[in-house]
Design a protein around this ligand. Sequence first.
Ligand code: ZN
Length: 211
Amino acid sequence: MHEPANADRLPLMACHECDHLYRLPNLADRSLARCQRCGTILARGMKNSLDKTLAYTLTALVLFMIANTYPILGLKAAGQEQHYTLFSGALVLVQYNLWEVSVTVFLTSILFPLLHILGLLYTLLPLRGARLPRYFIPVFKVALSTLPWSMVGVYMLGVLVSIVKLADLATVVPGLGLYALVGLLLASVAAAASLDPLSIWQLADRLRRER
Ligand SMILES: [Zn+2]
């Protein structure tokens, strides 16, 4: 990666492996910038990265609302059928004294995905219209850091269903909310794959200096 001619106007970034400093220009679509010292990928060029990320994030928001409105699963036992939403499911766990599991389900399936989605919308929607939102830096950091935790939610749910099944407590019937939750995971992965944090930081930095 050689330095571009107008390098002094670009923000500095360090290679996260060897700390060598670079000023990166905007990259062409599907291109890669590698560290010339250690070969680590510094950034990827992605076409319409912002638009794609926003589209997937809006999809994720709709799926999040469905996942939280409709039952994720029904349990059939002794001729009775109970339906649980994500929230009522987390509450039921408290009744069984499973506080830790309940809090983990609430955080990873409800709170963190919501923070992640709203954080991305709060930061990226204004950026798309060339406006810098007031709390851009802390909110974008929260949006980036809550993503891995949102992924754990679906895993937690899988574990829960296996426990119920293994213990032969009841027949598990998947609900519409569960499908929405899986869709939410896919939309979040797609949004994360289209997101190019470096170009977002650079755009934000440019808007801040133009203000
Ligand atoms: Zn390096």
